[in-house]
Design a protein around this ligand. Structure first.
Ligand code: NDP
Ligand code: TDO
Length: 277
């Protein structure tokens, strides 16, 4: 295995970089400006024969910002994977790509299997769904991993935001009517490598085990941190944001678990991240 890791300074990219180093996997890590997935000429100079897997951690992830900058988001989230797919196919390698629970409508009441029809409700979700389709249509050998609610001891994520808010405020309101699966970036990188080693191809879902609302996740963080801040549940309507989020966003993990075993409960993974801080 020889990996080209794209965007090693993002939340997931940093977890991947640490994993490749600790596992002794031969790799090259590159981000902007040397490799910008919206600039095919930079892709051609880095995606070269000898590489077996290209792991793409680059994306536009500002969900609210995508509502007013959809074309920009589309360039990274749809054009980017399409251009990568062409380059990766040309060298006969496999493209490992990430997508999101936000490609689904979010009005279900049972976990979404990998072949659930895409029906996004936000600009970010639309651009990520288009990326999935372009990648599939390109005919590239790919492993596309949908994940959700990613957090890490670094980067911009809900766990770090909430931990900070709990020290700054007397009270926070957190939505209790959006349900999903939190995902540790370090667990996600490890599970992804597990899928690659198991020769997985096509679409897979990876998250932590169990499920929660954002409020339940915030309350768990507050309990662990011994906060005195009051954490109040609220409805989505009471916490207006530019982008609509899916109400029910639980990814079905059965295809992944059949191949690499059960996913650890989110409480254990959140605790491990809090302990690292
Ligand atoms: N965060 C989450 O909760 C979730 C994330 N995902 C998916 O997981 C993947 C990783 O996300 P995450 O690590 O959280 O994202 P981050 O926003 O933390 O990191 C994204 C990285 O992509 C880089 N990047 C953005 N545009 C380009 C580009 N055009 N060319 C090269 N690099 C670029 C950024 O680089 P720079 O520093 O230069 O801006 C940054 O390093 C994405 O595909 C995302 O859609 C899926 C579900 C949930
Ligand atoms: C900070 C905060 C957020 N919220 C709510 C708003 C929103 O509904 C929810 C999560 O908000 P965030 O902005 O942290 O997360 P968001 O940007 O929606 O996170 C998403 O990112 C993209 C990249 C994905 O692919 C998704 O899987 C998901 O992780 O929590 C509160 O209710 N209270 C608060 O104090």
């Amino acid at each position: 295995m020889r990996v080209l890791l794209i965007a090693p300074n993002g939340m997931l990219g940093r977890a991947w970089k640490g994993l490749l180093e600790s596992e002794g996997v031969e790799h090259t890590a590159v981000g902007r400006p040397e490799l910008d997935i919206t600039r095919p000429e930079t892709i051609a100079s880095m995606v070269t024969p000898g590489c077996t897997h290209v792991v793409n951690c680059a994306a536009w992830t500002d969900v609210d910002g995508a509502e007013s900058h959809e074309e920009e988001a589309r360039r990274s989230n749809a054009g980017g994977p399409a251009a990568l797919a062409d380059a990766v196919r040309a060298i006969g390698a496999r493209l490992v790509h990430y997508s999101t629970d936000y490609v689904f409508r979010g009005d279900g009441d049972a976990p979404y299997p990998v072949d659930t029809p895409r029906d996004p409700v936000s600009a970010y979700g639309r651009t990520k769904a288009e990326g999935e389709v372009l990648l599939e249509e390109s005919g590239v050998d790919h492993l596309t991993i949908r994940t959700s609610w990613v957090y890490a001891p670094w980067g911009k994520n809900f766990v770090l935001t909430m931990r900070r808010l709990l020290t700054e405020r007397d009270q926070v309101k957190v939505v209790d009517d959006q349900r999903g699966r939190p995902t540790s970036a370090e667990h996600l990188a490890r599970a992804s490598l597990g899928l690659m080693r198991a020769d997985a191809r096509g679409f897979f879902h990876v998250s932590d085990g169990g499920e929660a609302t954002w409020f339940e996740l915030a309350r768990h963080i507050g309990d662990r941190e011994g906060t005195t801040c009051a954490i109040e549940p609220c409805t989505t309507d009471a916490f207006p944001r530019p982008a609509k989020r899916p109400a029910y966003s639980v990814l079905d993990l059965s295809r992944t678990e059949a191949l690499i075993g059960p996913m650890p409960d989110w409480r254990n993974n959140v605790n491990a991240v809090l302990e690292q801080l």
